[in-house]
Design a protein. Structure first.
Lengths: 769, 179, 334
């Protein structure tokens, strides 16, 4: 009797809910409307740093249609997505900390009236000195954030593993460099939106375009000072997130509070400008790296000093600071490792998690360092990486346990697909290939708030019409997590995905899930789903076996049928099998759980941050053409090989790889998020025109190559694919630029102006030699 | 907080007109304030929420609809400007092109979060209706160059558009051969 | 959303009706709306009455006649870009038109609207909240007189500057000037004609010599006999959507391979396009790589991009030289 082939896992599937979204039938948060709904708008500070002396809403309250105005003191409890750093208020109370910080919120009958009413809220500010440079902020006497405990030092992490100084001293080659990564933001096409209503019995319902309904639920309870059981959070289909919607925001609390005050539903939709102010995007980082190699090119020591520019609030900053060092210890064996990362508060929109959270910037530096070493040692950059690759089932220098590891296969795949060996030397000046590698976590072992409960849970029921219902807290933000769960359950239960309903992200109906961040859903929620599905499968096969008088092991559930594998002619419709099982067991419902292993990280403080049940691996080759006169970089093609363990649904994984490559490439040459220090900290340009995201004409050809090194800890061996593939896109392009024109730009973005200057400087140098 | 019955004596009444146009194949007439955009009327006046708002400033393409069969940005079109004209939104994609495009998008996984997709489909539909033959990737890229997508990196979207155009061309050829 | 302020709208069915309405105080004409609406949403300018031109079919159309290639101001940019007549008689205009913004905007936007595009500046083309936080500037203050701006007499581009230097940013403008086009402007008082180059004045706040009650109704591009080579050069960061950051129109009339007449017009500098004095150098010369370098050098010397549009001025100046040189080299090849 053979194990049946997987009939769902690894295939291509039609995405659940895709038709509704594409045809405009799915209702995203701003598509929702309730009777007597009010519209809210937030008044924001025009100053980067100012004490709020007084707020007078009298004029606003007299304006047509205005029903209520709230200010910071209406919700004084500070909060923060990380419970150790609750350093923000819904609306600023003592001080406004950046241009765009919310200070008041008005609800009116129409949006026109709410917008007009903002002018009627009079705020008296005392403008204070503002700090836009993290080093200046750290040196300043004045503390920016009123809840900060260490002045403008938001977080500091110093960890060392092995004797780095000795390693560098004994090294045959030391590569030292300064690297700068600018700020970028998520740019999801759907702006944030929240809608709240309060029922006569006091039950508060909040719909929000969020990635983290559970965290929102907790913070709403905390800030509104009502029990969590009186709150229901529903996450409608979300129009993109990428980490920009993974914490509670002002608008969610405001609509809730205003709904409580007015007794009417209240909706607030951010303008595009407000999304830039909310930000929580990629931290600008200044990095100083030293890499020591032996004569053959084996890494012996790595030393990193990193300064993170955190903006006005912590957001996930505690975690980011750890990640900036902790996540760089694979895919290479470092020998010894030390990092010192500091995060500073500044008077700018707060930075937070953007796809690849905290490790994208250091990975850029690491991979360029390796490239420089390869050049110095006259080694093929791919060979150098091969030489230093760690194997599977190994321990990183910072004691993180790596399970399966397909990195070498990834390198081989991009090497082959790009024609690396044959083409690289033959491309003329202005045309180049670059390579880079990386790794990422499949969810984090670190629970954002400390607790002993499982990190993920899924409830599945089977009904008499032959369908399965999956109740999952997981947020499908477009990545296809609902489909992934349906495929896993369908595999076990013999159901095609059309027969599976996934109800997700409603805190009244679904189990708690921590949210769509840190690439956790496939591994964690997938495992919980597998757990529940297997329990149900057991019941169903047992009931069939009973009636067939055979062993349950020979009953296979596939394609809406139960089949006797020893005698395939004997088969029964799955509906019938479900009826048998319900007759035997009663209502067919099971809960599956998943909790992260506790033994896969070091016991030092912070050891869990960066620990993951399993790590994905990625390798990129990028091909660029550089116009040395104009400085324009054309990214011609990107090959990305990503080890996702096992692709549960291939189209979804390809989509994540392609989307990640597109987003990473944009961060090298196009996007730049920042404020104008000389103009009072005003955002450079909070619009989709000024913040240039690639159009179809700016995007390279992308070839996604799925590599599978199944990990025992993943469902069917699956690991993440949502964030990993972004990382090495960036250094692959930067290294390709060097290959093309022999010039390094170590501070991103690589703008045409910068590149021309670098090329001309290089020429001047060569000319003088 | 104010009483919910707010006097509006101070507020000048907005100018309101009766707007008559053809919407998704049917004649409609709706009272519209003069300063409303087509996007506002569709989404909030007529509850046709398939057309999305990404920026409201003419910079992202999420609000694309067809006006007299041409893709336009509804956020920058005054509602009054569609008087007597033909508007089509994603809720009523042209049957023939719609079937081919939706099927291709579904098979290719060309929609992730789906927020840009209605606008993309309108631009793609117009391309297919205009060209009536198989299109190339560069042609598809040009036609969609005013629609921002943040999730997909465009790869699967462009393949889906080309695929749909090839199938329609095949159908046309079969019909031609048959007749 | 960014709701517009309350305003009235009228959709005249005839030009006469439109001109009558344009005489209303604070009336603004709107055709495609792709420039006006975003500006109004940001409270850059205001209107008591929007006069929509969409129903004026008499403003649309492309034909060749006594006045040359005549294009109605209401003709969409898509129609200009795809017109066989335009491609034949003024190919660089078709080139410019197809490079404007994005497909949707080209379907909506008109040639007249492009000509009348408001000037642009990184300190102005932002929301009212943003400009308020900045304290405004010369242009902000004049376009939004209801608000009191603390920097109402300041220019953030030219320190101490008293004249607004927001940049003319329309792709078709340098081309129409290089082709010696004429504009037809109508009002209740009648129709007047003026060279397109004379439409522009050196004031970034209002850079058009068009009265508030006037409407641009058409443009005439003289047809030409003899060999002509023309090209529009545009640089922007992205391949679509963006306004030009470098913009130049070239035209060479040849006798054999010798230049008889030449024009080089550069946009996106200040409020007015710059007509670079190339005739002195080019006329009588062979159209070749050497001339290309010299003319590019001339453009580089005479044109000073400012830090008004969002890209480093120094680099844009560098690009102007490189791209003009390359464009002329390409034209020299035939």
């Amino acid at each position: 009797m053979t194990e049946p082939e997987k009939w769902q896992i690894g295939g291509h599937h039609r995405k659940l809910g895709a038709m509704e979204r594409m045809r405009g039938i799915a209702r995203y948060t701003d598509d929702l409307s309730l009777p007597r709904m009010l519209h809210a708008k937030i008044l924001r500070s025009p100053h980067a740093h100012a004490r709020i002396l007084a707020i007078d809403p009298t004029k606003a309250m007299q304006m047509p249609g205005v029903i209520a105005v709230i200010t910071g003191s209406d919700m004084p409890t500070p909060y923060g997505v990380i419970p150790w750093t609750p350093d923000e208020n819904v609306l600023a109370i003592e001080k406004a900390l950046y241009v765009g910080d919310g200070v008041a919120c008005v609800a009116a009958e129409t949006e026109d009236q709410a917008v007009a009413a903002l002018a009627g809220i009079e705020v008296e500010y005392e403008v204070l000195q503002a700090y836009f440079d993290p080093e200046e902020a750290l040196a300043a006497e004045e503390t920016i954030n009123p809840y900060a405990r260490k002045g403008n030092l938001s977080k500091e992490v110093e960890l060392a593993f092995g004797d780095v100084d000795k390693g560098l001293e004994d090294a045959a080659l030391v590569i030292e460099g300064d690297y700068e990564f600018h700020g970028t933001t998520h740019g999801a096409i759907e702006p944030h939106c929240a809608l709240a209503k309060v029922d006569p019995d006091g039950l508060l319902t909040v719909w929000s375009a969020t990635q983290v309904p559970h965290y929102l639920h907790r913070e709403l309870a905390k800030v509104l000072e009502i029990p969590a059981r009186q709150i229901r959070v529903i996450q409608p289909p979300v129009g993109g997130a990428f980490g920009g919607k993974s914490e509670p925001f002002d608008l969610e609390f405001c609509v809730a509070k205003l709904s409580q005050i007015t007794g009417r539903p209240v909706k607030l939709l951010y303008t595009r400008e407000e999304v830039f102010y909310a930000h929580r995007g990629r931290h600008p980082m200044k990095m100083h790296y030293r890499h020591g190699f032996d004569a053959k090119g084996k890494l012996v020591a790595v030393d990193a000093k990193t300064l993170l520019d955190g903006g006005a609030y912590s957001s996930f900053g505690l975690v980011t600071t750890y990640y900036s060092g902790q996540l760089l210890c694979a895919p290479y064996e470092l020998g010894s490792y030390r990092f010192h990362s500091r995060r500073a508060y500044t008077n700018k929109p707060a930075c937070g998690p953007k796809r690849g959270h905290g490790s994208v910037q250091p990975r850029f530096a690491m991979e360029v360092q390796l490239d420089k070493a390869a050049i110095a040692l006259d080694l093929d950059p791919i060979e150098l990486r091969r030489q230093n690759a760690m194997g599977s089932d190994s321990l990183t220098v910072n004691e993180l346990r790596v399970g399966s590891n397909g990195f070498l296969d990834c390198l081989a795949a991009v090497e082959l697909a790009s024609g690396w060996k044959e083409r690289r030397a033959k491309l003329g000046f202005g045309h180049g290939l670059g390579v880079a590698g990386s790794t990422y976590i499949s969810g984090t072992n670190y629970a954002i708030y400390p607790n002993e409960m499982p990190q993920a849970a899924v409830q599945i029921t089977l009904d008499r019409s032959g369908r399965a219902r999956i109740f999952s807290g997981a947020s499908d933000i477009g990545q296809g997590s609902d489909t992934m769960l349906a495929v896993i359950a369908g595999e076990e239960l013999g159901l095609p995905t059309e027969d599976i309903r996934v109800l997700s992200a409603d805190t009244d109906l679904c189990p708690v899930d921590l949210g769509a961040y840190s690439s956790r859903i496939t591994l964690m929620v997938g495992n919980a789903c597998l757990d529940a599905a297997r329990k149900l499968r057991k019941k169903v096969t047992a009931s069939v076996a009973k009636r067939w008088e055979c062993s349950a092991k020979q009953v296979s559930l596939v394609a809406r049928q139960a089949i006797d594998m020893n005698d395939p002619a004997r088969r029964v419709d799955l509906v019938e099998a479900f009826h048998w099982a319900e007759a035997d067991h009663g209502l067919l419902g099971e809960v599956g759980s998943y909790d992260t292993p506790k033994d896969r990280h070091g016991s030092y403080r912070g050891g869990a941050i960066g620990a993951s049940p399993a790590y994905s691996f990625t390798a990129h080759v990028a091909e660029v053409k550089v116009d040395d006169e104009t400085g324009e970089v054309e990214v011609v093609k990107i090959w990305c090989a990503h080890d996702c363990g096992k692709a549960i649904s291939r189209g979804l994984v390809e989509g994540q790889i392609e989307g990640s490559c597109y987003m990473g490439a944009a961060e090298v040459v196009l996007e730049s998020h920042g404020v104008n220090a000389e103009m009072g900290g005003l955002h450079h340009g909070p619009s989709f025109l000024d913040y240039r995201m690639p159009t179809t004409l700016d995007t390279a050809e992308i070839e996604a190559l799925i590599v599978e090194a199944p990990d025992a800890r993943g469902p069917h061996g699956a690991k993440e694919a949502g964030e990993g593939p972004l990382h090495s896109t960036i250094p692959a392009i930067v290294n390709a630029i060097y290959d093309a024109v022999g010039v390094r730009v170590d501070d991103l973005p690589v703008t045409p102006a910068k590149l021309v200057r670098a090329i001309e400087a290089q020429r001047a140098l060569m000319g003088d030699a | 907080m104010n009483d919910t019955d707010k006097t509006r004596a101070d507020e000048p009444a907005p100018a309101v007109s009766l707007l008559r146009f053809r919407l998704n194949g049917a004649d409609v007439s709706v009272a519209v304030e003069d300063h409303r955009t087509l996007l506002e009327v569709l989404r909030y006046g007529l509850d046709l929420t398939g057309t999305k708002q990404g920026c409201d400033e003419g910079e992202c393409g999420a609000c694309t609809v067809l006006l007299d069969d041409k893709p336009v940005l509804s956020c920058c079109t005054l509602a009054a400007q569609v008087e007597g004209r033909d508007v089509r939104t994603v809720e009523a994609l042209a049957e023939r092109e719609a079937a081919a495009l939706l099927d291709a998008f579904d098979r290719h996984d060309a929609a992730q979060c789906g927020f840009c997709t209605p606008g993309v489909l309108m631009s793609a539909e117009a391309l297919l209706m205009d060209t009536r033959r198989a299109v190339t990737m560069p042609e598809a890229a040009q036609a969609l160059s005013g629609n921002l997508c943040r999730c997909t990196g465009y790869t699967k979207i462009l393949h889906a558009v080309v695929d749909a155009s090839e199938r329609l061309a095949e159908e046309d050829a079969e019909h031609g051969a048959a007749s | 959303m960014l709701p517009l302020l309350q305003t009235r709208i009228a959709s005249p069915r005839s030009l006469d009706e439109a001109l009558e309405l344009m005489a209303t105080p604070r009336a603004r004409a709107v055709a495609g709306g792709t420039d006006l609406l975003p500006n109004l949403k940001r409270r850059l300018g205001s209107a008591s009455l929007l006069v929509s031109l969409h129903a004026l079919s008499e403003l649309r159309g492309i034909e060749v006649g006594d006045a040359g290639l005549s294009i109605g101001a209401g003709t969409t940019l898509t129609d200009v870009a795809t017109s066989d007549l335009v491609k034949r008689h003024a190919p660089s205009l078709a080139q410019a038109a197809v490079l404007v913004a994005s497909p949707q905007i080209r379907n909506m936007g008109t040639l007249g609207g492009n000509l009348c595009l408001d000037t642009r500046c990184r300190w102005v083309n932002q929301t009212d909240f943003w400009r308020g936080a900045l304290g405004g500037c010369l242009k902000s203050a004049q376009m939004d007189p209801e608000t009191s701006f603390k920097n109402a007499d300041v220019c953030h581009v030219v320190p101490g500057g008293k004249r607004c230097v927001a940049a003319v940013s329309a792709d078709t403008v340098p081309v129409l000037i290089a082709l010696d086009a004429t504009a037809r402007v109508a009002s209740k008082r009648g129709v007047r004609r003026l060279r397109v180059v004379d439409l522009f004045v050196n004031d970034g706040v209002r850079n058009l010599a068009i009265e508030p009650d006037e409407l641009l109704i058409g443009v005439d591009v003289p047809t030409h006999a003899g060999a002509r080579r023309e090209r529009y050069v545009k640089w922007r960061v992205r391949g679509s959507i963006d306004f030009p950051l470098v913009s130049a129109a070239l035209r060479f009339d040849l006798d054999g391979d010798v230049v008889k007449d030449a024009r080089l017009v550069v946009g996106v500098l200040g409020a007015r396009p710059k007509v670079v004095g190339v005739e002195r150098v080019a006329v009588g010369r062979k159209l070749d790589a050497e001339l290309a370098t010299e003319l590019a050098e001339l453009a580089h010397r005479q044109c000073t991009p400012l830090e008004n549009v969002p890209y480093e001025a120094g680099h844009r100046r560098h690009l102007l030289r490189v791209l003009v040189r390359r464009a002329i080299e390409a034209l020299a090849q035939g």
